[in-house]
Design a protein around this ligand. Structure first.
Ligand code: NAD
Ligand code: MG
Length: 400
């Protein structure tokens, strides 16, 4: 395996921490060049010490001061860069071979896109980048010879079950012989909660995912199943698959991470513990298999695997996502941006859980009613994203 130098964007998050855990198991084949964090600067200083990172990226001057105060390694410490542009610049550094895109939200789009543009190996956890700019992102991967490895567990599972080419590129049409992609979903913490109780659920209840430990935004997305909606859009772009050939299946045990259905009637599935270090190790090691620190999946203690149809009345955000993908890119940008605002306001207890879907739906109506814009550049996408956020914030204020 070629030696890899990593830039881990969002290193203090749930995916970032799991990434460093895997990387540190393989000192002979990989090292950390750069780390980035938006908050938890003391943790970032600790990570930089342990990984011997050369560069860290923080959001502000104050964060730089906090990093310096927290630095316990003596000497000058790593180079500290500041701001969103520094994320892009760091990805572009010649030393970097591999970028883990694990910033949460559309804030991660410019740096993920820069990694594709620079032709690096891109380990993509940041699904919002594909939802907001899937066409642009995939084209950029293709045109610059980047390697794209999906880290989202479902997409990583599908990638593993696809006809193997030994290459990780951006396809322009569905793989030959594949009939459908079957995306599994746990159903989240409210799969069986009485519908009339949902208006009263708290952020902590929404974040208490039954099987996965994740950041708070994606945890709420899993509760509403908007996460699965984002993943349908992500699968559409990653595998060039029409929406009609993507099915969502509720699978409460979260052991089958997703499946590929073939024309001959075969279904291939990838199973494993719900631990993100497995897909991360797959992305880092590709095309080889490397150890991840994840334990075995004991099928005999698991006993059974259940599958059921999702209910759109319980999970209106899933229906909105399918509709957005059918409507087009502006709707996908709006879906994602409106959701980021609504979830943030729900986490701050400014709107109710059951108000998340109506906020998104109203934003979608307003945005898709606007004259059509092409959205083929990053600036166009970010402008529509910002406009949707304004509308969503106004709608949320009306509800507080
Ligand atoms: P998290 O909230 O735990 O971590 C997010 C990271 O991004 C942190 O390091 C944070 O400091 C940084 N960040 C936040 N806002 C930023 C901004 N505006 N600019 C720059 N950096 C910023 O999130 P997570 O659970 O690790 O998820 C990260 C991404 O991976 C998300 O897109 C999520 O959908 C995706 N993902 C996560 C999981 C999981 O198991 N956690 C699984 C699949 C996909
Ligand atoms: Mg997922």
């Amino acid at each position: 395996m070629k030696f890899q130098q990593l830039c881990v964007l969002g290193s203090t998050g749930s995916i970032g921490e799991s990434t460093l855990d895997v990387v540190l198991r393989h000192p002979e084949t990989m090292a950390v060049y750069a780390l980035s964090a938006y908050s938890r600067i003391e943790e970032l200083a600790e990570q930089a010490l342990v990984t011997k990172a050369k560069v860290v990226v923080v959001p502000t001057e104050q964060a730089r001061t906090r990093f310096r105060q927290a630095w316990a390694g003596g000497g000058a410490g790593p180079e500290i860069r500041i701001g969103a542009q520094a994320l892009v610049d760091t990805v572009l550094d010649a030393e970097v071979t591999t970028v883990m895109a694990a910033i949460v939200g559309a804030a991660g789009l410019p740096s993920a896109l820069a990694a594709a543009q620079a032709g690096k190996r891109v380990l993509l956890a940041n699904k919002e980048a594909l939802v907001a700019a899937g066409g642009l992102f995939m084209r950029t991967v293709r045109e610059n010879g980047a390697e794209l490895l999906p880290i989202d567990s479902e997409h990583n599972a599908i990638f593993q079950c696809m006809p193997q080419t030994g290459r990780a590129t951006a396809p322009t049409q569905p793989a030959a012989g594949v009939r459908r992609l079957l995306l599994t979903a746990s159903g989240g913490p409210f799969r069986t909660t009485a519908l009339d109780k949902l208006a009263g659920v708290t952020p902590d209840q929404a974040c208490a995912h039954p099987n996965w430990s994740m950041g708070r935004k994606i945890s709420v997305d899993s509760a509403t199943m908007l996460n699965k909606g984002l993943e349908v859009i992500e699968a559409h772009w990653l595998f060039a698959m029409p929406v009609q050939r993507i099915q969502v299946v509720i699978h409460p045990q979260s052991m089958v991470h997703s499946m590929v259905e073939y024309e001959d009637g075969s279904i291939l599935a990838q199973l494993g513990q719900p631990d993100m270090r497995t897909p991360i190790a797959y992305g880092l090691g590709f095309p080889e298999r490397i150890s991840s620190g994840v334990g075995l999946l004991e099928l005999t203690t698991l006993g059974r695997l259940d599958f059921e149809e999702p209910n759109f009345e319980r999970f209106p955000c899933l229906r909105l996502s399918f509709d957005a993908l059918k409507t087009g890119q502006a709707a996908c940008v709006a879906l994602n941006a409106a959701n980021e605002i609504a979830v943030d306001r729900f986490l701050k207890q400014q709107i109710r859980y059951t108000e998340i879907a109506p906020v998104i739906e109203t934003c979608l109506e307003r945005i898709t009613g606007l004259p059509y814009t092409a959205l083929d550049s990053l600036d166009d996408v970010l402008a529509l994203d910002a406009r949707t956020r304004d509308i969503a914030n106004e709608l949320c204020l009306l509800k507080t």
